[in-house]
Design a protein around this ligand. Structure first.
Ligand SMILES: [Zn+2]
Ligand SMILES: [Zn+2]
Length: 143
């Protein structure tokens, strides 16, 4: 059993085993900046449970100078976040949003909660719509 993932343009694909060490939301400032979102949604797996299956030559990497473990991975064509190896080399970090829909594990914890953005609100406290509100023929954001 394995799970597949890819970037937005489909140039880069990867595969992981189902052997997942942890699944967490991270609210640290590095994750907020690199994802552009309130938190990263990351799986942590052993490096030997991961492989690129397409486009590994298009995978970019960035290592902040002051970071011991943190790095980023991204597609050089479309800019999507992609999995990255920690600088220690001990773990592979998988952005869960890049996985196919067959992945349905749920996260078990929030980390760096104290660093969350001041504007962050729990999703369950917000008005919620099946698509964009107010238009019957609204273009879907995921089209
Ligand atoms: Zn891409
Ligand atoms: Zn983080």
């Amino acid at each position: 059993m394995s799970y597949k993932g890819s970037c937005l343009c489909g140039s880069v694909c990867y595969e992981i085993s189902e052997d997942i060490i942890s699944f967490q939301y991270c609210y640290c400032s590095r994750c907020r900046r690199s994802t552009g979102s309130a938190h990263a949604s990351n799986l942590i797996i052993a490096p030997d449970q991961f492989q690129w299956t397409k486009g590994s030559n298009l995978v970019g990497r960035f290592e902040p100078k002051d970071a011991k473990h943190f790095a980023t991975g991204f597609c050089k064509n479309c800019g999507s976040n992609l999995p990255w190896l920690t600088q220690s080399g001990q773990a592979m970090i998988i952005p869960a949003g890049t996985l196919d829909e067959s992945f349905n594990n749920t996260p078990e914890r929030n980390i760096f909660w104290g660093n969350k953005a001041p504007w962050y609100q729990l999703p369950t406290t917000l008005d919620t719509f099946e698509s964009v509100p107010g238009k019957s023929d609204a273009c879907r954001l995921d089209d």
